[in-house]
Design a protein around this ligand. Structure first.
Ligand SMILES: C[S@@+](CC[C@H](N)C(=O)[O-])C[C@H]1O[C@@H](n2cnc3c(N)ncnc32)[C@H](O)[C@@H]1O
Length: 211
């Protein structure tokens, strides 16, 4: 009974953290998701001049790691949780004040960003919560430059029958590759991070067609 009540309170916080509990979950996610965040940062192979966008940055840990390397370009992020925007802003205050990081409150399906503005984009443990994943991926495609890279990191569903619910939709690796393909991304590769210490994720990498 108590477990059910706690699950009901905590689960929605992973989709959209809010308030005091959201701040607590946000801090916990930084610790819990550090392996997947570090792995995704490695796949992005950041360069000092990169312009990189994260969708659903939560506490902003990956943003901070990338800002250490991207000293001449820009790290931007959107998240639709006011609590997470506030927390990630605190965590990355120095880089924001230096104009190297820009974090905004926005939905993945409607990015308040110019077309062709980034050469890399990524998202970690957020895709499952997007009610219209094709709309969001279409938006990411729009803001990427031709040839731009997208990395989507997620926990693959445990079995082909797992369907989730309206708030949480799990995907297999093949399903994410297909989603990217339908959205217009090309040259997808599926990276399996499950064999490495404490990592339980997949990442799909895809590219915006070059003109
Ligand atoms: C489970 S947390 C993951 C946070 C972080 N990426 C990490 O690895 O710890 C999911 C994040 O995605 C954000 N999110 C979920 N759906 C979103 C949407 N439609 N648009 C923007 N952000 C979204 C949530 O607010 C939350 O911060």
């Amino acid at each position: 009974m108590l477990k059910r009540i706690l699950t009901r309170l905590v689960d929605p916080q992973y989709r959209r953290p809010s308030g005091i509990l959201g701040r607590y979950i946000g801090a916990k996610m930084i610790e819990q998701h550090a392996p997947e965040n570090n792995w995704t940062v490695e796949l992005l192979n950041a360069m000092p001049n990169d312009r990189i966008l994260e969708i659903g940055f939560g506490g902003g840990y990956a943003i901070g790691r990338l800002a250490e390397v991207v000293t001449q370009g820009l790290i931007a992020g959107v998240d639709f949780s006011e609590t997470m925007v506030a927390e990630a802003t605190k965590r990355n205050a120095a880089a924001i004040n230096a104009g190297r990081v820009n974090l905004r409150l926005a939905d993945a399906a409607k990015l308040p960003l110019e077309a062709n503005a980034f050469n890399k984009a990524f998202s970690i443990h957020s895709l499952y919560f997007w009610p219209e994943p094709l709309k969001a991926l279409g938006e990411i495609l729009r803001v990427l430059q031709p040839g731009g890279m997208l990395v989507v990191t997620f926990l693959p569903k445990a079995s082909p029958d797992e369907t989730g619910n309206t708030e949480f939709r799990p995907y297999s690796g093949a399903e994410v590759v297909a989603l990217l393909h339908v959205s217009g991304f090309r040259e997808m590769t599926l990276h399996d991070g499950r064999t490495l210490t404490r990592k339980s994720n997949y990442s799909v990498v895809g590219y915006k067609y070059a003109n």
